[in-house]
Design a protein around this ligand. Sequence first.
Ligand code: R5P
Length: 286
Amino acid sequence: MVTIVPAPSSQSVAAALAATGVGTLATPTYEWFTDDEILLSVPDFDDERAIVVGSTATSDAHVELLQLQDAVREAGARDVTTVIPYLGYARQDQAFKAGQPVSVRAVAKAISTGTDRVIVVNPHEPGVTDFFTVPTEPVSATAALADPLDGLTEPLFVAPDEGATPLATTTRDAYGSGTVDYFEKERDYDTGAVEHTPSDAPVEGRDVVVVDDIIATGGTMSSAIEVLTDRGAARVYALCVHPVLAGAARTKLAAAGVERIIGTDTIEQPISDVSVAPAIADAIGR
Ligand code: R5P
């Protein structure tokens, strides 16, 4: 057997993983010091094999994951798998301006020191796995995003930029019908503003499903939804693997006219209606 150790950021997905039969759950304890430092411990961990599960959407979450990796080693684990449902900092996968770090390389190196193997769900670019220094496997949970969809009218699956087209195609294939298209996207890297150039696909009266890997500020998704709504789409669904939903993202999507937002539990949000646990369980079993 193996013991699953959940970081604070990933309690639901860890519980769902345990429910697949992969392992049993340990219950870490949390303490905070006056200076805001955190201390995560695993007093009930007693195993030689551990699966540490932690999304790293915040800087604190990175430290929490490193602490749990270290705690299970300290408690005697010989074999540690680290599951990262959402890998933060993955969009800084190159130095875009002079003097910038490759942030994801820095965090990948740190995470690699405490584990024998890494599983990452839908990393922003599959190539980021090369920054880890232990065997690292990307897992796709995209197909499961189609599970809550039902009864769509002439569905069109749209990627908000060309790079997300495989996600739209996978979701369409899982749904079972519909066409696929993508928007041209220009982002101003100083202001963050996004401009979409609509594709020629007819959308009037059709249900449109926009699929992306991440909804962070909601700028990309709300811009796409506005274009589609203006062009007469019937209902517009916003699907993403990683619902970061920072700041006013949900309000932006609502104001743009979204019918429903569907995300997974890589980040625990009220719209996390899909679990990535089965995809992780498959990868662990391979
Ligand atoms: C970009 O390449 C990603 O796939 C997402 O489109 C982007 O990260 C979403 O960010 P935001 O919600 O802030 O526009």
